[in-house]
Design a protein around this ligand. Structure first.
Ligand code: SF4
Ligand code: SF4
Length: 116
């Protein structure tokens, strides 16, 4: 399950540098698959959906820090627990019920983003 930042975020910025997948962005800043990962070129998601690793993707929030769910692995492969939740002073990094994934799926996502 990806982690989501709620609107209780106070924009302190503490979580952003802690993310091993660079999945956390400042409000209003576009996200990219290539930021902090080994992804490059065209990424084929099937059914004709192709996204460039360097494409600027629409920010999910203009108000508070946000997490790109495609890139969040709950820190699997790097840390024992979600680092954003561990450092957040107001406990607003919580599991996202709309993005449920198994441990296997999260591990596969981590391996896909970071070449061995
Ligand atoms: Fe990044 Fe880990 Fe937080 Fe997901 S749980 S956004 S991978 S720090
Ligand atoms: Fe927002 Fe928490 Fe991240 Fe600070 S640590 S920017 S309050 S989500």
């Amino acid at each position: 399950m990806a982690i989501i930042i709620t609107d209780e975020c106070i924009n302190c910025g503490a979580c952003e540098p802690e993310c091993p997948n660079t999945a956390i962005y400042e409000p209003g800043v576009p996200w990219k698959f290539s930021d902090g990962t080994d992804l490059s070129g065209d990424l084929d998601f099937g059914e004709g959906q192709v996204i460039g690793a360097d494409d600027e993707m629409e920010p999910i929030s203009d108000e508070v820090y946000y997490i790109a769910p495609y890139k969040c692995t709950e820190c699997i492969g790097f840390h024992e627990e979600p680092q954003c939740a561990a450092v957040c002073p107001v406990d607003c990094c919580v599991p996202d019920p709309d993005n449920e994934e198994t441990e296997e799926e999260l591990t596969a996502k981590k391996d896909w983003m970071h070449a061995e």
